[in-house]
Design a protein. Structure first.
Length: 360
């Protein structure tokens, strides 16, 4: 099925050398929700707002029409894909995907990969042929990585463009008291390490501290986590908030002092850390992947998968509240580099030199 959103802004003057026709592919895209999808949407909106003609190819289901200032081609036919490659000046692909790479071999356009994560399974000791081939493909394209950690894992030369956050959604709300302690938001799955956080709270109880912990989100591990909370005697301290809207999440973050991101496996970046910082939280995260770069000077890290190490960090922060203020002093400068316009400029530094008039 082919669904295309209608363009709601005047077409750009592609005769101008400063404007381009950009084809973006994302296997998953809006309305799917996730860090990857949100970043892809944010960048597309930013580039379209500057007058560039943008079209999206995706395999995500969605409404045929949209209010976005670009076309969205969902599950496009081979003919549509071929025509889109003929139309564009530059092809930008979110993560290496062979599913939408073949047309570029036949109808070449300057190719840019945006690497949102690591091309390796989290627990494997050796790369499969598929991951090796993805690494090899980066040698023949321009590359943008969402963190230095990701860039260092890619053989091809990378420009680092740290991810943006939605500054129109996450911000400080006057009048909301920060009277709650610890906060987590994400899917209740083993990769996210929520059980590590629960164990750390239990360790804090053993040391005489009784912090409140709010867990927002849902997932297949939630019943197991609820059993863990009960078994450790934490029912009075831990609250499961369930799925929340963006507005509800903004309010929850504004009411908490510390956001914890205890992910077990290295994520490419960790936009959620920026969202917490924007709402006045100090962020504590595991020391893997690109998460330390997302946290920057606005928080600290702990040894991955170690609940005692996490408890040590939280104990220090909760017994020395002045340290929270020192971390937050860096928030404004840190966030400025992650606002959507600033990140879009990083993308344009890569894309514009590659743009050329498309074949008729």
């Amino acid at each position: 099925m082919h669904n295309a959103g209608r363009v709601t802004m005047p077409p750009s003057d592609t005769s101008s050398p400063s404007l381009m026709r950009l084809l973006i592919s994302a296997n998953s895209f809006h309305p799917n929700v996730g860090g990857y999808e949100r970043v892809a949407l944010t960048i597309a909106l930013q580039l379209a707002s500057r007058g560039h003609s943008v079209k999206i190819i995706t395999f995500s289901a969605g409404a045929a029409a949209s209010s976005f200032p670009f076309e969205i081609h969902r599950n496009p036919s081979l003919r549509t894909i071929w025509e889109l490659f003929g139309w564009c000046d530059v092809y930008l692909q979110n993560n290496v995907s062979f599913k939408l790479l073949w047309p570029n071999l036949l109808r070449w356009r300057p190719l840019v990969f945006v690497h949102h994560g690591f091309y390796r399974p989290p627990t494997a000791t050796a790369l499969s042929w598929k991951y090796r081939l993805k690494h090899f493909a980066t040698l023949f394209a321009s590359n943008i990585a969402v963190s230095r950690a990701v860039a260092d894992s890619v053989p091809g030369r990378c420009v680092v463009a740290l991810n943006p956050y939605r500054d129109d959604v996450f911000f400080r709300i006057p009048g909301i008291a920060k009277d709650r302690d610890l906060f987590f938001v994400g899917r209740m799955v083993s990769d996210k390490g929520v059980d590590i956080l629960v164990d750390a709270v239990h360790e804090l109880h053993q040391r005489g501290l009784r912090p409140t912990l709010t867990l927002a989100g849902g997932g297949p591990e939630q019943p197991k986590l609820q059993d863990q909370v009960k078994a450790l005697g934490l029912l009075d301290s831990v609250r499961f908030a369930g799925q929340v809207t963006d507005a509800e999440l903004n309010e929850l973050l504004n009411a908490h002092r510390i956001m914890v991101v205890p992910t077990r496996y290295g994520e490419g970046f960790g936009v959620v850390a920026l969202e917490g910082i924007a709402c006045g939280c100090v962020v504590v995260g595991s020391d893997c992947g690109g998460l330390p770069e997302a946290i920057g000077p606005c928080g600290t890290t702990f040894a991955n998968s170690d609940p005692k190490a996490l408890a040590d960090v939280l104990f220090d922060l909760m017994t020395q509240p002045q340290r929270l203020d020192r971390f937050l002093d860096h928030a404004k400068a840190h966030l400025e580099a992650h606002r959507p316009p600033a990140v879009a400029e990083k993308y344009l530094d890569v894309l514009l030199p590659l743009a050329r008039p498309a074949e008729s």
